[in-house]
Design a protein. Structure first.
Length: 186
């Protein structure tokens, strides 16, 4: 994989207890500017350090809506990842992502969690991509002990949700071939 451009977007300047949609709209506009300023591939880390309360209304406007726009194919080869001091702080964000049928990677301490809803088989595939950093669907299928087509479905979903990156590596038969890479670390 090529080098990933990285940026950090801090939520704390919007206040330690942020709760309204109006505050979220302001933050969303700034977040989208920071996202578009990144080169491709690029990862914007949404840092929640210093935030005490993150309401669902703010989280939906400021973070979940941009996540949905990424999943819809806007903003090119860019990714959003949240960093939080604990899972309790991002509970409302997780519920909002789930309502929109989205998922997002959340970094906590030295580990990671998925916010939103991600079925266990797809989460298992995500864990393997994160562990290996860079892998093909064929390698994943072998490691998971599943058929290649089933693996393609899984990584396709992960890629569409912007939970992993995808890089073209040519053609395998009549179809394009890809490598999948972790966005866990830049």
């Amino acid at each position: 994989m090529n080098h990933m451009d990285e940026g950090v977007f801090r939520i704390a300047p919007f206040g330690p207890r942020i709760g309204t949609r109006l505050e979220g709209e302001t933050a969303r506009a700034a977040l989208l500017l920071a996202l578009t300023a990144l080169g491709e591939p690029g990862r914007l880390l949404v840092a929640l350090d210093g935030v005490e309360v993150l309401s669902g209304s703010f989280a939906d406007e400021a973070i979940a809506l941009p996540c949905g726009r990424l999943a819809a194919g806007e903003y090119g080869n860019r990714f959003l990842v949240v960093r939080a001091p604990d899972l309790e702080l991002v509970d409302d964000l997780s519920h909002k992502l789930e309502q929109h049928h989205l998922a997002m990677l959340c970094l906590i301490d030295n580990g990671w969690e998925v916010l939103g809803l991600l079925p266990p088989p797809i989460r298992e595939t995500l864990a393997l991509v994160i562990e290996r950093h860079d892998v093909t669907a064929k390698e994943l299928a072998q490691a998971l002990g599943i058929k290649h087509n089933a693996c393609l479905h899984r990584v396709g979903r992960l890629s569409a949700l912007r939970l992993v990156g995808r890089q073209s590596v040519g053609v395998a038969g009549p179809h394009p071939a890809y490598r999948f890479f972790s966005i866990h670390e830049g």
